[in-house]
Design a protein around this ligand. Structure first.
Ligand code: MG
Ligand code: MG
Ligand code: MG
Length: 312
């Protein structure tokens, strides 16, 4: 690979924000004369594929690990468990992120831009603004797509007024109707027909580690929960295999209905903790979480609090 000042990437099992933020950060750096390259840490999902096709651009190159001392820029994540292999030995120049900061440590000073917004691309939108940098049509659509994806078209509790404002302006630059384009993009992501059960649980899956406790929260967006549940037993088998391989204590698989904003969860492993956390019974390995669409705001903090209470 050509020599770059730094590689830019989002989290493993990349979502639209991880891919789009990497590409937009690359453009921002280029405008500043910085020769950096967006890469990715996993397969492109159908939703992101829709965005890239719409723009007629290629996905960033896939990498699996980085060399010792490699200069890197992290977007849309900071936790090492969700980052590239060998991140511990890389040189992190910068982080642009909208998640809680966890298990993160560097040996050297760095740029760290964190805002509690609904999307990394909303932060990048403000970076362009602050630098008086013109936003081109392509970057506008990339940022808009990421905002729509992360906020589920502004319906997620993670959505802030900054995301809404940014999307409005980006929609104008990109010359698209935000609602129409947004729903088409989200719907493209609900086509899961090509995925095997083990792929399904990995499309958008994140590991969380606290002390000795490991939990996994995976999520898919659908327009029909029932369709997915037809394959429930094979999904459960895939989850079980994953847990054995990774030493996972608790696995929550969220099947999120993007039209009604409810999530059906399949819960395996430490279901007792799940029940304590959510005050709901797990029956047949399932619990319906009404109005729950956000892993970051409605799942992870609830689990962490329950773990703390139980002295983990
Ligand atoms: Mg993400
Ligand atoms: Mg994000
Ligand atoms: Mg997401």
């Amino acid at each position: 690979m050509e020599k770059y000042d730094a590689l830019i990437f989002g989290h493993k099992n990349p979502d639209t924000d991880s891919i789009c933020a990497s590409l937009v950060q690359e453009k921002y750096n280029k405008n500043n004369g910085w020769n950096t390259k967006a890469v990715r840490l996993g397969n492109i999902n159908k939703e992101t594929e829709y965005v890239l096709k719409y723009l007629g651009i290629d996905a960033p190159k896939l990498i699996n690990e980085v060399a010792d001392g490699q200069d890197v820029i992290l977007v849309d994540h900071n936790a090492f468990a969700q980052s590239v292999n060998n991140i511990e030995n890389a040189h992190i120049q910068m982080v642009v992120d909208h998640h809680r900061i966890s298990n993160f440590e560097t040996k050297e000073p760095l740029y760290y831009i964190a805002k509690p917004y609904g999307c990394t691309c909303t932060i990048l939108f403000e970076e362009f603004k602050n630098a008086n940098m013109k936003i081109e049509k392509k970057e506008a659509l990339l940022m808009l797509s990421a905002i729509v994806s992360d906020t589920l078209l502004f319906k997620s509790p993670t959505c802030t007024k900054y995301d809404v404002e940014a999307a409005k302006e980006l929609g104008k630059i990109a010359e698209v109707d935000v609602q129409t384009y947004g729903l088409d993009m989200l719907k493209a992501g609900t086509d899961l027909s090509d995925f095997s059960p083990s792929e399904l649980i990995n499309i958008d899956s994140k590991e969380f580690v606290t002390g000795n406790y490991k939990f996994q929260v995976a999520q898919i967006n659908v327009t029909s929960i029932e369709d997915v549940l037809e394959n429930k037993s094979s999904i459960e088998k895939a989850m079980e295999n994953f847990m054995t391989e990774n030493g996972t204590n608790l696995f929550i698989f969220l099947i999120t209905d993007i039209l009604n904003n409810d999530s059906q969860s399949i819960v395996l492993g430490d279901t007792k903790l799940f029940e304590k956390a959510f005050g709901q019974t797990v029956e047949n390995n399932m619990a319906l979480l009404e109005g729950v669409v956000s892993r970051k705001k409605q799942i992870v903090p609830v689990i962490l609090e329950a773990l703390e209470k139980m002295g983990n």
